[in-house]
Write a protein that binds this ligand. Sequence first.
Ligand SMILES: *Cc1c(COP(=O)(O)O)cnc(C)c1O
Length: 354
Amino acid sequence: MSRFLSQRLRSLEPYTPGEQPKTTDFVKLNTNESPFPPSPKAQAAAAEAAKKLHLYSDPTCRALTQAVADHLGLGFDNVLMTNGSDEILSFAFQCFCDSETPAVFADITYGFYEVFARLYCLPYEKIPLNEDLSLPVEAFCKAKGTLFIANPNAPTGLSLSTAQIESILQSDPHRLVLIDEAYVDFGGESCIPLLSRYSNLLVTQTFSKSRSMAGARLGFGAASEEIIRDLNTVKYSTNPYNVNAMTMAAGLGVMADEEYTRANCRTVMENRAYTTQKLRDMGFFVTDSQTNFVFAAHPQCHGAVIAQKLKERKILVRHFTSPRIANFNRITIGTKEQMDTLLQALEQILKEEN
Ligand SMILES: *Cc1c(COP(=O)(O)O)cnc(C)c1O
């Protein structure tokens, strides 16, 4: 820390991204990336756009915003494209929380929520997940502030039905509810159709997981025109060119290749069912994930030991140290071959440890 650092940032603990190894010989199951390359249409469009990088990108992101809005059955003014969905989350914390309106989120959820609350010096409240790690609907209904709910939740993989989200929305129409649908394309129920009936709903999604574009940084928020206007105020006060030209083009390319995205999601879901079953056969407790990862713990071998032993075998998974989930690992669903490599390694590790 330099002596110049603002007082406000001195105790901030930044988000820790999953390890990106320097060598390529790892089976990388630690950051929930897609195992499949981006759509060929996305790749071709990005290459074409590279020829015009001397020009600023379109600050209104017109063509891509319209394509996403059309896909969701929404209007152009109901969508804001951002630099990853982390950016729309950042805008939302800046826009819709203050000293009177705390940010409210689960104790076990996406780590960035707490980082943003602290970065922007916002009061916040953490609501404990239920004993079975499911999201606490009742407690969310009673909470005061702006709610941030990852649905499906990470790293548990568990989700709420739209009926449960509706009960939260109805419990206080004067409270904004942000539903972070980063993983919704892997079997969850999207809240996008609720937007026409609830003006206190903001839904965010990302191109990082189901659309194989984590490195492009593309996400969006969908909400009422008023909410989108508020978010645009922050966008135009931070970075009007928040989505770069190559990413914008790649986004349009993948939106024109919906069957490619659907097919990849189906494969991930098949591999998830396969992996879940095999892990359970080995004695793991595995949640019923509706995401592109599984969340698993073994009664006879600690999560930290498993993560370490896998790393020695060049397989990366994500281990979290917070006490309630320290025995678990979050394991990204990759190709069938990658999952078989993982499962074989786990069998060996369990033999060694017991
Ligand atoms: C991955 C993820 C995001 C954001 O990803 P971006 O790459 O910034 O779009 C947001 N929320 C959750 C719960 C995630 O897992």
